[in-house]
Write a protein that binds this ligand. Structure first.
Ligand code: 2AM
Length: 459
């Protein structure tokens, strides 16, 4: 295929995410050019698309593979729109450099990978010098989402985003009002920053779910019964993607046993959770359960030297002493979802304030309602909670009660509990901390009864 100036959008990088996004675009009647460094992937995708068309004769779009980058770029309508989906880090810069040989001023590069927001900021300014318009676009939903409808978080050059938004709207998931789960998130690195925080929230909720699973296992319940509990939990505000997949996972057998029981407990991470914690430190955001969830994965590779039989030292919740166990579980997980979302929103709000990205948090919450990993019914109620000033987070009582019944480690449930307690505390003991800092280092303190900075006065 070497038609010039014909395709509406191009995709570079055809591993599963890139291939699925390209298929999604083509299935929405768009003419899509595709290119991959290793040509066999381009050919595989062409075959898959051929099959897609056989299965869906109504498809009007096209997907065209190119063997070299030049003819790929030349095949695109101007201003050219090129999505790149390669490994984050140096490969993104490599591909951008290669594209620059053929792109012209006004063309648009959309980085749909999981790039670090600081790289996005750097690329924006480097590319604006060359009059190439750059969009850092967060994508959530995994492989299935990329194919059937992800949540798309584009940020950067406003006009460029407005030009690609009609395409993004076609391929995105739908929110609770059936609107596309995409919007102009904000200027600069807003898109990738919001995606990163999404992942931080995801880590925290996932670890919270794992801790509930651990508590239920500790009670001596079978996987079948635990699955039933998660089915019940997946209702009301907690109706969510992560609980849906947990139910599926807990129902999956490998031979006579459950597959989950055959999986090693060492959790891996690709880095976005850690980046969120770094950003929390940088912007002064209070995100304890996100931090705990990142360290819970690190901690799962604990030093085997110290291992002892946990069944001998852990105490468990006695189910027969609790009449309202299911309600306690529901309230506890509710507290985890709430605290995780609030921490993420707080971090975005602080970064937004400092960077002036112009992020509308209600829009962020809306575009997370469909397609993405942290989607849940909670997101319908979250704006009301986020914008309110007077309400008590009643989940705390259940969280406390559940944790009191056991000494199983619950880093995320505990930190969500502490988070909710802390943000609702009329006063904290940090007056003493300030006093100590001033006592040994003359770091000064503020007084409740007078304006200004004070030091000394110690006997
Ligand atoms: P490949 O198939 O040739 O390896 C995810 O790894 C995707 O990123 C793949 O499509 C991969 O191409 C692509 N990729 C990784 N590093 C790259 C680079 N330096 N240049 C171009 N594509 C790259």
């Amino acid at each position: 295929m070497s038609v010039i100036n014909q395709n509406q959008i191009g995709v570079v990088g055809l591993a599963v995410m890139g291939a699925n996004l390209a298929r999604n675009l083509a299935s929405r009647d768009l003419q899509v050019a595709v290119y991959n460094r290793t040509q066999s992937k381009t050919e595989d995708l062409e075959k898959t698309w051929y099959q897609d068309q056989q299965d869906n004769p109504s498809y009007q779009g096209g997907l065209y593979g190119y063997q070299d980058l030049e003819s790929f770029v030349m095949s695109l309508q101007r201003p050219r729109k090129v999505m790149i989906l390669v490994k984050s880090g140096n490969p993104v810069d490599d591909v951008i450099d290669q594209l620059l040989e053929y792109l012209e001023p006004g063309d648009i590069i959309i980085d749909t990978g999981n790039s670090n927001w600081k790289d996005t900021q750097r690329r924006l300014s480097q590319l604006s010098e060359k009059q190439i318009r750059f969009v850092g676009c967060g994508v959530s939903g995994g492989e299935e989402g990329a194919l059937r409808g992800p949540s798309l978080m584009p940020g950067g050059d406003l006009e460029a985003v407005q030009e690609i938004l009609p395409y993004l709207q076609k391929i995105a998931a739908r929110d609770f009002q059936n609107q596309a789960c995409t919007t102009y998130v904000g200027s600069g690195a807003a898109g990738h920053f919001v995606k990163m925080v999404h992942n931080g929230i995801e880590y925290s909720i996932m670890q919270g779910i794992a801790e509930i699973y651990d508590l239920l296992k500790g009670c001596g319940l079978s996987t079948e019964v635990i699955q039933k509990h998660f089915k019940d939990l997946n209702s009301g505000l907690l109706e969510s993607f992560l609980l849906e997949i947990t139910v599926d996972i807990l129902g999956t057998k490998d031979g006579d046993e459950y597959l989950v029981d055959k999986i090693k407990d060492q959790a891996k991470a690709k880095g976005t959770g850690g980046w969120t914690v770094e950003a929390g430190l940088e912007f002064g955001a209070y995100i304890p359960s996100i931090a705990e969830s990142v360290f819970a994965r690190t901690g799962s590779s604990r030093n085997q030297r110290f291992i002892i039989n946990r069944d001998e030292i852990y105490t468990h919740i006695s189910l027969n002493k609790l009449t309202n166990f299911e309600e306690l579980l529901h309230q506890t997980l509710d507290g985890v979802y709430l605290a995780s979302y609030l921490q993420g929103l707080d971090l975005i709000a602080l970064a937004n304030q400092e960077k002036n990205w112009g992020i509308d948090l209600n829009e962020v919450i809306r575009i997370w309602q469909g397609g993405c990993i942290i989607r849940s019914r909670y997101l319908e109620k979250l704006p009301q909670i986020w914008n309110s000033t007077d309400q008590e987070f009643t989940q705390k009582a259940a969280m406390k009660m559940l944790m009191n019944g056991t000494n199983t480690p619950t880093p995320v449930i505990s930190s969500c509990y502490n988070y909710l307690q802390t943000i609702q505390a009329q006063y904290l003991p940090t007056n003493l901390t300030q006093a100590q800092r001033d006592y040994f280092g003359a770091h000064t303190y503020k007084r409740v009864d007078q304006e200004g900075d004070f030091s000394g006065g110690w006997s």
